[in-house]
Design a binder for this molecule. Sequence first.
Ligand code: SAM
Ligand code: SF4
Length: 321
Amino acid sequence: MLDQRGRDINYMRVSITDKCNLRCRYCMPEGVDILPMSDLLTFEEIRAVCRQASLLRINRIKITGGEPLARRGVAELVSMLRDLPGIDQITMTSNGVLLSKYLPDLKKAGLDGINISLDTLDRENYRRITGRDHLDEVLKGLDQALDSGIRVKINTVLMKGVNDREWPDLLALAKTKKLDVRMIELMPIGSGKTFEGISNEDLIRRLKDRFPDMALDQRIHGNGPAVYYQIPGWKGSIGLISPVHGKFCDKCNRIRMSATGELKPCLCYAPVANIRDLLRSQGEEAVAKVLKKIIYEKPEAHCFGRIEEITEDKQMIAIGG
Ligand code: SAM
Ligand code: SF4
C-alpha cells in the first residue's frame, strides 16, 4: 500500500531469530543475550502476519535474522509463505555457513534468491571479523547455490582498518561468477557505531579509476536501493548500497518485523509496535490494522547523519539488517 508520502511499500524484512553461529563484531559482539524461544513468533504466527501484509500489497518477503538458517525448519517456513497467494517473492539473507546443508530443502521449498553476507576472502581476517573459522563452508555453499541455479548476491560491509583494502578481491567474484556483489555502507546502529565505514562515494571514484569502461546497469536486480554497474566481460554485476552517503529514503519500499514481532518502518528509529501479544490475544485482523497504520505513518527519512536522533538502541542482530 502507499504510505502518506506516496511511497509504495511492497517489501517486508522478517527476522526469524536473534541467534547466530557467527559473532560479527559490528553486529553481534560476544556476550549478547539470546531470547527464549517462547518470545519468538512461531512459523504459524509469522505466516499470519505475512498473510495480512500481503493483503496490504506487500508481495516480497526477505527472511533474515540473526542467522535464519540457525532456526530449525526454516525451509518449512519458506514453503508456508510460498503458499500465500499474495506473496510473489521470498528471498533470504544468510551468512552462508549452513547453506550447503539446507540448500536442497530451500530450493524445494521455493526460495527465490539468497544474499550471502561476506566481508572478506581472507581466512584469518574472516576469523577476526566473525569470531569463527567458517570461510570454507561459506565458499562451498556459495558455489553450490550458484550451481543450483538460485539467484545469489554477496553483501559486503567495508570498515576502515578491518577489510577496506579487500574490495577489489570481493568485487572480482562477479568477474567469474554469475552473481551480484554489493558493497553496503556501514550504518551507525549498535556496535556498528564503534567502527568507521567507507563511503561509497569514495569507492565509486576508485572503481571508475580502476575500471574506466564500467557502466551503469539499468536492469532491475531486486527489491532494494542498490545502484548497479557492469564491467565489460564480467559475468555478474557490482552493486552499491549507500544508506549513509546516498540517502534513498524517498524511494524506500520496506518495513521490518523482528523475531519477537516488533514492527519497524524505518531502520534508525525504535520499533513503533509489537504485534506478538496482539496476534496471540486478538488474532490476525487486529494485526492488519496496526500494519496499515505503521505503513501509512512511515517516517519520511532516516537520521543516520545526526547520530543523536537515532532512537534504535539494539544491535543489528536483533533487527535483521
Ligand atoms: N545473518 C544474516 C547475514 O549475515 O546475512 C542475516 C542477518 S545480518 C544482521 C543482515 C545484514 O546486516 C548482513 O549483511 C550484515 O553485514 C548487515 N549489517 C549488520 N550490521 C550492520 C551495520 N551496522 N551496517 C550495515 N550493515 C550491517
Ligand atoms: Fe550473525 Fe549476520 Fe550479524 Fe554476522 S551479520 S553476527 S552472521 S546476524
